[in-house]
Design a protein around this ligand. Structure first.
Ligand SMILES: [Zn+2]
Length: 299
């Protein structure tokens, strides 16, 4: 933390770091891709070719922020250095933000950086299943259950091991919901392993190679071991995050944070995870507050 404060203690240091992450090979005009620019006094870059003016933060999640970048850097450091998920109250406390709502908005902006729009779909062999999150009583498949949220978990299998994952919240376990979740996260042509639930019945018509592993065929054998492992890791992580009590309006954030961390689990150092988050934060479009959905629960 001390090292972090020393490195990113000034606005200039933060700007310089963002510049290097955003333009690793030097400035590129976002309009015409020209490499030459003049910098102006207000830390703007004036393209030598088309006169377009831009800044390091323009077109990123930091655009139009009235708060210092130093605070954003601390927020990203906080989020990436937690063992479990970050929450708005903790972030508000760490940053000394006056408003809970600001902390909540920041978490959701960072969430957009964790999950890049148009990210790659899973490829090859994929295991899929659903799980209920939250609520006290066990849920019944296909019907939904009070207080519970159904999440589809798709796990890429790479050389027999767990590769990347995708999590999608769905309203129920009906065919349209499950098909939408598969389509949104798995490349057509891939082989998808599921159990015999009818909701997955049409996958082969959608361009997937569908392999059904029937639970009743091998009693006591775990036929979707990788997806089951990811589900138990997710549940354990959520337990640590909110002592198991995850408000629904936060769940989307946590699913994305878990996916971000899980898919970068080989980046063992905090610094690397932080770098990835900054990298994606400058690569996404700005998120106006009005586009952030969900209400504040329990604030
Ligand atoms: Zn230009």
């Amino acid at each position: 933390m001390l090292e972090f404060e020393e490195r990113f203690g000034t606005e200039e240091a933060c700007l310089e770091y963002l510049f290097k992450v955003r333009w690793p090979e030097g400035f590129r005009c976002p309009q015409c891709r020209h490499k030459k620019a003049w910098s102006t006094k207000r830390s703007l870059f004036h393209c030598a070719h088309c006169s377009f003016q831009t800044s390091v933060t323009a077109g990123t999640i930091f655009q139009d922020t009235k708060k210092p970048l130093r605070l954003w850097f601390r927020a990203m450091w906080h989020v990436t250095s937690q063992k479990y998920g970050a929450n708005a109250l903790g972030l508000q406390r760490v940053l000394g933000l006056g408003s809970y709502r600001t902390a909540w908005t920041w978490l959701h902006k960072l969430r957009c950086a964790m999950v890049r729009p148009g990210r790659d779909h899973l490829l090859g062999t994929v295991e899929g299943d659903e799980t209920y999150i939250g609520g006290e009583k066990p849920g019944k498949r296909g019907r939904g259950a009070a207080g519970k949220v159904l999440v589809v978990v798709m796990v890429e299998v790479t050389e027999g091991k767990i590769g990347r994952i995708r999590l999608s919240r769905v309203p129920d376990a009906s065919a349209p919901s499950l098909e939408g979740a598969v389509k949104g996260s798995v490349e057509p042509g891939s082989t998808v392993h599921t159990d015999g639930w009818e909701g997955y019945g049409q996958l082969s018509k959608m361009g997937y190679v569908h392999k059904v592993v029937r639970k009743e065929a091998h009693v006591g054998r775990n036929l979707l071991p990788r997806v089951n492992l990811v589900v138990s890791l997710l549940k354990r992580w959520l337990l640590g995050t909110y002592q198991g009590r995850v408000e629904h309006s936060y769940l989307d954030y946590y699913l994305d944070e878990f996916t971000f961390r899980f898919n970068r689990r080989t980046s063992h150092s905090r610094g690397k995870l932080f770098y990835r988050l900054v990298q994606q934060a400058v690569a996404v479009d700005p998120v106006p507050a009005k586009h952030i959905h969900g209400g504040i629960v329990g604030s």
